[in-house]
Design a protein around this ligand. Structure first.
Ligand SMILES: C=C(O[C@H]1C=CC=C(C(=O)O)[C@@H]1O)C(=O)O
Length: 494
């Protein structure tokens, strides 16, 4: 084991040995515990999932991802399915690595069926938490593609993908913990499982608290790229504007894709480190299918955040660039706030979200309009919140809100058809719901914008812009190019 750590150290990260390794489980105790639960299996309960948590010294889940994707250890291969999530505002990061239980669906009622999967899966869980940790709830990670039908040749994920990971590495502020979700059925080798889990706890508690971005990583510039942007965007915008004039729809969000090819494979971890550095106000995500395809990004747009029965969502639409000086930046923000075109684009989103929440029997409250300032762009932003009825499942809300007019347009039915007609590429997870639900019913989903699909040495970047009356094709193209910058910067300096 030591050998593996040392080899790894040289090339990827430097684990540090903590002063104290307070592992609460020993091989024998864990084996006994698993045996006791195995004994409860019968014809009714043919398998259970023991979810075991262990507090550890502060670590960075991203350094664990770097480690696990570099070396095969114990019962983890370096090509496992994973989901990496980071909410920098809340200083929270979660890595879900490997799969204990999953659901992959390509059907129309994917949200309802995924909800069923989530409920059944949580029903199987027995939480073992020796320290009575309040934050040790296991997570199910989910990704839904923009449309319920996807061409998997172009986007290699199912239209609804949910999984309970084998391992969760969780960091909240300075608190870190590991959660192991162990599947036990009549054939399980409990001794081996206990042995592997103890070894994994020992190994994974030895990482450093923060994965720094090196000066070299920050500065190295890759000039070997081949770029290709899908053509015809401006003429699609011009055509959409004619339809808006003829009252076919009020707003349409058209996206474009930029393809990059490098001479060597992109590094997901380096990309995440840079996104973390350049976009501290965004949610970071990476969802990997275990076959070298990873959807990665830094999104500013929260679809739902659900904690203690309080629901928070964002209307985010209307954009302008950042200024080079403080006064220039202020001038641009004022211009954004005063623009009737941008306000129209934004208002449609507020009205849609409010109406959908009312349809769910909720009473939404609208916060005052703000400007969200990101590193290279600023947006009109209206947080919307409400108290939640405990009977509503997070995925019911996701299903009701997706897609909002911030990513499709309005009215939704017509504009989704128009998107299919104009866009010649598969949206996949772009502009779609990605997130998690935990055992206690808390949940967070973001909208997968400012994102890219990375497959080896190829990356496809996605960005879109809202078209309303008053939009100009060249300006919309400029906005899209500005939105590409975030990922481009994170990838082109790998
Ligand atoms: C659709 C995207 O952004 C949405 C979110 C914020 C601002 C937007 C806009 O101003 O058009 C879009 O509605 C994207 O980044 O691909």
């Amino acid at each position: 084991m030591k050998q593996i750590i040392n080899n790894f150290t040289m090339s990827v990260a430097t684990p540090i040995i903590p002063d104290t390794t307070h592992i609460g489980y020993d091989q024998h105790r864990l084996e006994q515990l698993l045996l006791t639960h195995k004994a409860t299996l019968d014809g009714h309960n043919q398998s259970i999932i023991v979810s075991l948590s262990q507090r550890i010294d502060e670590i960075d889940p991203l350094s664990i991802l770097a480690f696990l994707t570099h070396e095969t250890i114990n019962n983890f291969s370096k090509d496992e399915i994973y989901f990496y999530w980071e909410n920098q505002g809340k200083t929270e990061a979660i890595l879900g690595y490997g799969v204990t239980h999953s659901s992959q669906l390509n059907i129309k009622d994917r949200f309802t069926k995924s909800q069923q999967f989530v409920e059944d899966c949580f029903h199987k869980i027995i939480k073992v938490d020796q320290d009575n940790l309040s934050d040790s709830s296991p997570h199910i990670f989910c990704g839904f593609t923009f449309f319920s039908e996807t061409n998997q040749q172009q986007f290699p994920f199912p239209s609804a993908f949910s999984f309970l990971p084998k391992l969760e590495v969780i960091k909240r502020k300075r608190n870190s913990l590991l959660v192991f979700n162990l599947l036990i059925d009549s054939t399980s080798d409990v001794k081996k499982l206990a042995n592997q889990t103890i070894a994994n706890i020992k190994l994974l508690s030895q990482f450093k608290p923060y994965e720094e971005i090196s000066k070299q990583e920050k500065q190295s510039i890759n000039l070997n790229f081949k770029y290709q942007m899908i053509q015809g965007f401006e003429s699609s915008v011009a055509s959409a504007l004619r339809s808006i004039k003829d009252n076919h729809f009020q707003k349409l969000v058209l996206a474009n894709a930029l393809d990059l090819t490098d001479s060597q494979d992109f590094s997901i971890v380096t990309c995440l480190k840079k996104l973390r550095y350049y976009h501290p106000d965004c949610y970071l995500f990476a969802i990997n299918n275990g076959k070298n395809n990873c959807f990665v990004g830094a999104s500013p747009e929260r679809l739902i955040s659900l904690k203690n029965k309080q629901l928070l969502t964002d209307a985010l639409a209307g954009s302008i660039s950042r200024g080079n000086t403080k006064s220039d930046d202020y001038y641009l923000a004022q211009k954004l706030l005063k623009s009737s075109k941008e306000r129209r684009e934004h208002q449609v989103v507020i009205e849609f979200i409010v109406q959908r929440l009312i349809n769910l029997g909720l009473t939404p409250q609208i916060s005052p309009l703000k400007v969200l300032k990101l590193s290279n762009i600023q947006h009109l932003w209206t947080p919307i919140y409400t108290q939640l009825n405990p009977n509503i499942h997070p995925l019911e809300i996701v299903a009701k809100l997706h897609p909002t007019p911030a990513v499709s347009g309005f009215p939704t039915g017509v504009t989704c058809q128009e998107i299919k007609r104009y866009e010649t590429f598969e949206r996949g997870f772009y502009a779609a719901p990605l997130g998690w639900i935990d055992y206690d019913g808390n949940s967070e989903f973001i909208v997968g914008i400012r994102s890219a699909l990375i497959s080896g040495n190829h990356a496809r970047l996605y960005a879109g812009a809202g078209i309303v009356e008053g939009s100009e094709p060249e300006k919309e193209l400029e906005e899209i190019q500005l939105k590409f910058q975030g990922l481009l910067k994170a990838l082109s300096y790998c």
